[in-house]
Design a protein around this ligand. Structure first.
Ligand code: SF4
Length: 326
């Protein structure tokens, strides 16, 4: 076992990242080994990212009526969840949401729209205008999550001041057909590659607790490493009534920490941002997510579920001696 810890520490501190077998071993560590694990992940996080924590916020700019059937999503065609559905907000409405996010402490703001891909030029122009205004008037970094954007559309948004493109792979290639049947994993991978090729900062991760195996979790982590994504958002299922996964609660708070730690050790130099489902899944262990390797978190509400007040997250950072950064 000592050799395991030595190898895990050396390979992650070097920036190379641990391999598949060690990543699986991290996911199966007993609860009483968590503290030793957190000692390693905390060291790795500080080495590559210091004590600054990224705080981002989102607006659900276009909600519901999605053509896709992602099993976890309240906006999917398979969902009968009672959520607010609306067409794309106006540029002014998006800007006001960004203003509120800045007041709550966010340094990065993401405009999210449901759907496989935003292709409508009028909608893209509206988002481009909002991006430019948020960047210049509020000084926030901007991100969009608009599905499988084409390379010219990414280039257009970058020309308006956009920094990041978000597009999740959600889970492993092997498990994806059990999560979504309306499009192919390779379309998502191609969109991620295209955003990277266009020069965007790429934010790409997934959601855990869908019924995937430890092998699937590691497969996703290694795919993200191969794609050299810049930032890995980590979501945990918070099942919404009316979705196919309603009632499924399989992760313990310790499982959540093991997943964050495995991502930190497989992708030591990347940002890891803990997003949706953190309150429901990490519960009282939320503050330990940074020791487990998270370098950021989302503040405020999520797409279709409520987050806790941002003031509680700012207090948590202060209590831990951590500071927000861009
Ligand atoms: S996750 Fe995105 S693509 Fe999938 S159903 Fe929800 S909004 Fe549509």
């Amino acid at each position: 076992m000592e050799k395991f810890w030595e190898r895990v520490r050396a390979r992650s501190v070097s920036g190379e990242g641990i391999g598949r077998e060690d990543a699986l071993a991290v996911l199966s560590l007993r609860n009483d080994a968590i503290w030793r694990l957190l000692d390693v992940t905390e060291t790795v996080r500080r080495r590559f990212k210091g004590d600054g924590i990224r705080l981002c916020a989102i607006v659900n700019a276009k909600s519901g009526h999605c053509s896709e059937d992602c099993s976890f999503c309240a906006q999917s065609r398979r969902s009968s969840a009672a959520i607010a559905k609306h067409p794309l907000l106006s540029g002014e409405e998006i800007f006001r949401e960004a203003e509120g996010a800045k007041e709550r402490g966010a340094r990065e703001f993401s405009i999210v729209a449901s759907g496989l891909a935003m292709r409508n030029k009028e909608e893209l122009t509206c988002i481009g205008d909002a991006v430019e205004r948020i960047r210049t008037e509020l000084g926030l970094e901007t991100c969009v999550s608009l599905g499988t954007l084409s390379p010219p559309d990414v280039e257009y948004l970058l020309s308006r001041g956009l920094r990041s493109v978000h597009h999740n792979l959600e889970t492993s290639r092997s498990f994806f057909p059990k999560v979504c049947t309306t499009h192919d994993y390779e379309e998502d991978v191609a969109a991620v590659r295209a955003a990277k090729a266009a020069g965007a900062w790429v934010c790409c991760g997934g959601i855990f607790g869908l019924g995937e195996s430890p092998e699937d979790r590691v497969e996703l982590a290694l795919t993200l490493r191969d794609l050299q994504v810049d930032s890995i958002p980590v979501n945990f299922l918070n099942p919404v009534p009316g979705t196919p996964l309603e009632g499924r609660r399989e992760l313990t708070p310790m499982d959540g920490l093991r997943i964050i730690a495995m991502l930190r050790l497989t992708n030591p130099t990347r940002e890891i941002i803990v997003c949706g489902g953190r309150e429901a899944n990490l519960r009282d262990l939320q503050a330990l997510m940074f020791a487990a390797g998270a370098t950021g978190t989302m503040v405020g509400n999520y797409l279709t579920t409520a987050g806790r007040p941002a003031t509680e997250d700012l207090h948590m950072l202060r209590d831990l001696g951590l500071t927000p950064r861009s």
